[in-house]
Ligand binder design. Structure first.
Ligand code: HEC
Length: 190
């Protein structure tokens, strides 16, 4: 009897081991998929006219990793499948609102304050404990106030591209290139 059980147990271990090996091989293979690896940061064209340096600091910490051309790619953005997730959020985030392209129309800019107030931005997973991106209520409140003061003052959307800083337009080509990458719409939101 005991030998029979030992035999079943050994078989189970063998199956588990095989499954584990298959999973490992799959995990290694998906690292070869090119999507999500180039970690691009196109040139900064123009930022809003910030009401204060403090507002910018908070926005950089809370929003720039998905809504700017100055994304700090986290370590896990090098590991598929997390890298796919991060990439699709940056692509989508930039498409909705890009603090580095204030010479272009930013239709969603007037939603920004509200997204902070209703707690949808920054997304919950971005601020999980241990990420170094946790925010106190007072910091988020400060950011919302700061953006309120910043956004109307900066005169978006700037039609006709009167960006006033004299650079940015020559970088259009680079920009178009990575718009193309956005084509594969991955709607795997949370
Ligand atoms: C981890 C990535 C990430 C961060 C950080 C982030 N966003 Fe977003 N944001 C997204 C994505 C993805 C979308 C589009 C899909 C969606 O709406 O959830 C989006 C959409 C938006 C939109 C469009 C309106 C809407 O609700 O869809 C606004 C406005 C916005 N974000 C503002 C902000 C602001 C302000 C911050 C900083 C306080 C911020 N986001 C931080 C990923 C991010």
């Amino acid at each position: 009897m005991r030998r029979l059980f030992a035999g079943i147990w050994r078989n189970k271990l063998r199956i588990l081991g095989a499954l584990f090996a298959v999973a490992l091989v799959l995990l290694l293979l998906i690292q070869l998929v090119p999507y999500g690896r180039d970690h691009d940061n196109p040139p900064v064209r123009l930022e809003p006219t910030w009401d204060s340096q403090r507002t910018r600091e908070l926005a950089v910490r809370a929003c720039f990793d998905c809504h700017s051309s100055e994304v700090e790619w986290p370590w896990y953005s090098n590991v598929a499948p997390l890298s796919w997730y991060v990439q699709s959020h940056v692509d989508e985030g930039r498409r909705e609102l890009n603090f580095s392209e204030w010479d272009l129309e930013q239709d969603e800019a007037d939603e920004a304050v509200e997204t902070i107030r209703d707690g949808s931005m920054p997304p919950w997973y971005y601020s999980l404990p241990g990420t170094g991106r946790e925010f106190s209520d007072s910091e988020l409140d400060e950011l919302a106030h700061g953006l309120e003061a910043t956004l109307p003052a900066s005169g978006y959307p700037q039609e006709g591209g009167e960006d006033g800083d004299g650079h940015g337009d020559e970088e259009d080509e680079d920009h178009d290139e990575d718009e193309e990458e956005d084509e594969d719409e991955e709607d795997d939101d949370d």
